[in-house]
Design a protein around this ligand. Sequence first.
Ligand SMILES: [Fe+2]
Length: 170
Amino acid sequence: MTHPKDVLIDWLRDAHAMESQAVEMLERQVDRIENYPDLLVKAREHIEVSKRQADRVRQCLKMLGTDTSSIKTGIGMLMGNAQSLSGVFASDEIVKASVFNYAFEHFEIANYRAMIAAATTAGQPEIARILQQSLDEEVEMAGWLEQRLPQVTATFLARREAGATVEAKR
Ligand SMILES: [Fe+2]
C-alpha cells in the first residue's frame, strides 16, 4: 500500500523537475526573442516566477521531511519534445514557442490541480495552500498567453508578408 503522502512526494519531485525545465526553456527563448518586447518582458518575469515556484516545491518537500534527491525521468522525456520544439530554427518559431508555452502552462496547471487534491487527501492543507499560490500564477500566465497569441500571430504574419523573414537572432 502506498500512502497518499508518498504519492504527493513523488509528484512534488516531478513538479520540481517541471519548474527547472520551465526556467531552462524560457531562458533559451529570451535569448532568441526579438521584435516582440512584451513577450520578452513576460518571459523574463516568468523565469523569476518559475524559480519561486521551484522554491515552493522544495519548501513543501521539506515540510514532508524529504527533498528533491530522487531523479525523475518522465518529465525529462516530455521536455525532450519541448527542447526540439523551442530549438527549431524556423522563422515562425515565435508563434510555435507561444503555442508551446500556452500548452505548457496548462500542463503545469493540471499538475498543480492534481497535487493540491493529493495534498488535501493526504491531510496537508498548508501544502495545498502553498501550491495554490503557484497554481494562481500559472493561470495568470496562461490567460496572458491566450490573450496575446492572436496578436503575436498577426504580427508575425504581417512581418513575414513585409519580408522580415528573420525572427530569431541566430
Ligand atoms: Fe511554473
